[in-house]
Design a protein around this ligand. Structure first.
Ligand code: G6P
Length: 364
């Protein structure tokens, strides 16, 4: 079916706005919201010893967010690797490893080759794909669908949050099946995920404040994104989005790694975007922000209203919806995407068809 932009200026803008629905639809596949339970799927995580995720680009960052959840909630060791590296380095994979390919298209050549390698080496395989009839879906033992619908913008948005939503739901499932999560906590986590679509819709309303920040970013030549925990891979995704569509050089860093190098880049011309939900590492992130602000870096802290103000001049704040830490990567994905989008619009680039990039890389 022909997909149209409708009232939106770009497909990317439309796809950002579709995320409450695409996340809801994807979560419903994995969770029983009525009873507050996970749905048992084809994989019994109690029989899995390790997870190996392989992916490229944005899907790789979704995989890294999944890793934090699988290890924390299910005590399940999880590795995540860029498929173009994994496929050629003869990796040592333990038997009992479940290989998971994460891909919007299900056709990315390196991810498909990594999946085939895992299968040929006797591993169980799953494909987390948005195109359910794709090559990866056919190759893998189990298909884990995302329900983002067709994504037209080359820079992935709704496919990314659908991947993250599915991985978070699967991590809760794994925690339940491995006896790490009791029924009470299961109910609490399923409820937290159930809240995600509403909070994503709230985050989409942050557009006014973000346009002002985007105006500042559009004048920069370098931008740093910082985060801890699951906000670290999201910081890298934010940097990737900005590079892809606004052609501004950006890096995503673990906030604690700042002092080991990137702080040398900090000056009054280098904006620093910090993703700072109110979680157990908030205070740590806040103190990293004081360090950069003290060196004259203009800091934009995206945090809930309830988060205390880090002391230090030059820290401006953007209010994000208050949310359960489990779903912070879904909620904070929205300002990250909108920042890249508005910056690109400000610069007048071809948002939906950025130069040199392809939607699906089916050749090496
Ligand atoms: C290309 C796209 C990216 C995407 C990556 C992986 O580089 O431009 O947006 O993240 O491929 O694609 P996949 O279909 O495997 O998720």
């Amino acid at each position: 079916a022909l997909v149209e932009k409708g009232e939106y200026r770009h497909f990317m803008e439309k796809e950002i706005h579709e995320q409450p629905d695409s996340v809801q639809h994807t979560l419903s596949h994995y969770l029983d919201f009525v009873n507050g339970r996970v749905k048992p799927g084809e994989i019994d995580f109690a029989a899995v010893d390790r997870i190996q995720i392989v992916a490229c680009g944005t899907a790789f960052y979704a995989g890294q967010i999944g890793r934090y959840a699988f290890e924390r909630l299910a005590g399940l060791p999880c590795d995540v690797e860029i498929a173009s590296e994994f496929r050629y380095r003869n990796p040592a994979v333990a038997p009992g490893t479940l290989a998971v390919a994460v891909s919007q298209s299900g056709e990315t050549a390196d991810t498909l080759a990594s999946l085939s390698w895992c299968k040929a080496n006797g591993l169980k395989t799953a494909a987390l794909v948005n195109v359910h009839s794709s090559s990866m879906a056919r190759e893998a033992l189990v298909v884990w669908p995302t329900h983002a619908g067709p994504e037209i913008g080359v820079a992935s948005t709704k496919a990314f949050t659908a991947q993250v939503a599915a991985l978070l739901a699967l991590a809760v499932t794994a925690g339940v099946q491995r006896g790490r999560i009791d029924p009470l906590i299961e109910g609490e986590l399923v409820k937290a995920l159930f809240e995600a679509p509403r909070l994503i819709a709230e985050a989409v309303q942050m557009d006014g404040a973000l346009r002002g920040v985007a105006h500042e970013l559009s004048k920069a030549t370098d931008v740093l994104f910082l985060g801890r925990g699951a906000m670290f891979p999201l910081a890298m995704e934010g940097a990737l989005k900005l590079k892809e569509i606004s052609y501004i050089h950006a890096e995503g860093y673990a906030a604690g790694e700042l002092k080991h190098g990137p702080i040398a880049l900090v000056d009054e011309l280098t904006p620093i975007v910090a993703l700072a939900p109110l979680d157990e590492v908030f205070e740590k992130t806040a103190s990293n922000l004081q360090e950069v602000a003290a060196r004259g870096g203009p800091v934009i802290m995206i945090a809930p209203k309830a988060a205390p103000d880090p002391h230090g001049a030059g820290i401006s704040r953007i209010d994000a919806p208050d949310c359960h830490p489990l779903i912070a990567p879904l909620v904070y994905a929205i300002p990250v995407q909108l920042l890249a989008y508005y910056t690109a619009v400000e610069k007048g680039t071809d948002v939906d068809q950025p130069r040199n990039l392809a939607k699906s890389v089916t050749v090496e």
